[in-house]
Ligand binder design. Structure first.
Ligand code: PEP
Length: 299
């Protein structure tokens, strides 16, 4: 099922340049044959609007033993869930282990970060092509911890989004405002600027090949969740911003909510009309809690 061997065609172009034989649609078509047909990893114009996506972000947690135990508890707990693409983003050293543990399941593996570069003398960096080579389908870009702790700017995040597409990964663009920005009434302005940087870099058609995760910074890892109405308001704003460029693409791009989602609050969040799933941090480290969230995501 999830046996995806990507074609790697992106090793010689200059940064920011698309490889000549890059064919996003064909690559995505190849991928989707290997995934559940209800899942969202489809070209934007073939994606079922009702499909849901839930992504686990394990952050810097885990060990080989812990990962084995977590996945072996998770898989039976997910039994019977339909119409939800589930992906796990483990720490980089465990991508292969988790990919192997998920072999023969419809769950996908993703990365938490990638380099904006294609290859070369960039010590410590990991390219999108390498992640695809390991079997990653998704790559988070611009998570707020990357932005705030590692100085990732909107421009750098946009380059990483493009780098993920070049490697035929599905980029998951994380956007969100701090509590100060929200209190100052700047939420939409901040989100708008984060989106614009990526739109300017790749355009709406390519942006729509990815996923957007709205993660208010004040809700990440704090136990304080945006209310369903607060989350819906920002999701609706994002959808409208994208619709100004391409209404069909905007209607189909999955918009995830992230920020202290748990088994108790997931259903109400997922009921909102513009919330298509979740990006889950802390609760994804607990098999029962994460399975309950995935269950709540069923349309
Ligand atoms: C995250 O890291 O993306 C996240 C949403 O974390 P948490 O669920 O722990 O708030």
């Amino acid at each position: 099922m999830n046996q995806f061997t990507p074609r790697i065609t992106c090793d010689h172009q200059a940064p920011g340049e698309w490889p000549r034989d890059f064919d996003c649609r064909q690559a995505y078509a190849e991928q989707q044959e290997l995934l559940d047909p209800a899942f969202v990893n489809l070209p934007a114009d073939r994606r079922p609007v009702s499909a849901r996506l839930v992504i686990a972000n394990w952050k810097m947690h885990g060990s080989r033993a812990h990962n084995t135990s977590l996945i072996s508890n998770l898989l039976p707990a997910l039994h019977g869930i339909e119409g939800v693409q589930i992906a796990i983003c483990p720490p980089l050293p465990y991508v292969t282990q988790v990919h192997d543990l998920l072999n023969d399941t419809p769950l996908a593996v993703g990365a938490q970060n990638l380099s904006e570069r294609t290859q070369g003398a960039f010590t410590g960096e990991v390219s999108g092509a390498m992640l695809a080579d390991l079997g990653c389908i998704f790559a988070l870009v611009g998570h707020s911890e990357r932005r705030s702790l590692y100085g990732e700017t909107d421009a750098l995040v946009a380059m990483k989004f493009e780098a993920a597409l070049r490697a035929k990964l599905v980029p998951v663009l994380c956007v969100g405002e701090t509590i100060h920005q929200r209190r100052a009434g700047n939420t939409n302005a901040v989100i708008g600027a984060q989106l614009r940087a990526v739109l300017q870099q790749v355009g709406i058609a390519q942006l729509a090949q990815g996923v957007i995760a709205y993660e208010p910074v004040w809700a990440i890892g704090t136990g304080e969740t945006a209310s369903p109405a607060q989350a819906q308001a920002v999701h609706s704003y994002i959808r409208k911003q994208l619709a100004a460029h391409d209404a069909a693409a905007a209607a189909r791009i999955p918009l995830l909510y992230g920020g202290s989602v748990n088994a108790a609050n997931a259903a109400q969040l997922f009921e909102q009309s513009d919330i298509d799933g979740g990006l889950i941090g802390g609760a994804s480290l607990d098999a029962a809690a994460f399975a309950a969230i995935c269950k709540a995501a069923q349309a």
